[in-house]
Design a protein around this ligand. Sequence first.
Ligand SMILES: [Zn+2]
Length: 337
Amino acid sequence: MKEVYPWQEGLWERWIELRSRLPHALLLKGPQGTGKLDFAMNISQAMLCESPNSRGMACDSCSSCHWFLQGSHPDFRLIQPEALTDSVDAPNEENSKKKSSQQISVDQIRALSDFSNLSSHRGGYRVVLIHPSEAMNISAANALLKMLEEPSEGMLFILVAHKFQHLLPTIISRCLTIATAMPSPDVSIKWLEQKGISNPMNKLAWACFAPLQVIRMESGSDISIDFQSLFDSLERPDTLDATALAEQLQRTEPAKVILWLQQWCYDLISVKLTGTSRFMQEKHKSLASISANSDLIELLRFQKELKVAKREAQHPLNAGLLFESLLLSYRQTVMGS
Ligand SMILES: [Zn+2]
């Protein structure tokens, strides 16, 4: 099994209670970067395991667990957008060049109908995990709805959602919902320290307090590239290409990008007023030279602009344009032109 994170212990107990009166569909909703997919994988493996332990956890050694861990269990299907599958299979390839789909297609859902009509290979449950379920396009969602309306015996659908409000209400109403919360910073920091992550408090703040996001950033997967290139560019406002950078940042959630800009701006003001930085200590030298050349009133104005942008970032019409205008405004703030 994958790790049951310390902040998921209660959630696991809740799941064990549910097991005795299992619904046909579960919706696991909550913020991204907190381990919902790992939790759903653990549930799936435990459902299929031949000898789970006293806490209902998979044994990792029976033949069912063996298949599951190899990704070849005949009674399990993981449905994800192509883009996610590609990045898991070939993390080092330049996937960005070949545009894989970010959606779950109707064909992926229709392919399940054969699976749901068969009886299970191992005489137990069949489990379908859909991640993230809000990535289903409307035809896919309707196809799934049909399956949920006429559930097959012994079949469990697990829907993982970062943004459950984007799901069809008719799908939500057919699922038993388990809500997960963002772990408290104390719990996350302790866990990150155990993982050997240096400076966990700052990194957690950069990652909008999602502990697994910190691990992804540290391991150099996609987000960290955006994160690095943003700060590398902010460090050199004279050569900052707002259009190109804005386009690159579109892959990242607007709220996150704005938070990073806010932290950078906070540090510029902090260095100017007190000589110390809070979030970006390793870039202190650059912060000091940029803030020395900037006008405090202008920095405070930019900080206010970011605050407004953050409110509006919930539903930006065009994230690229929003980023571009903020980056141009940043340039103007620190370059005075
Ligand atoms: Zn097992």
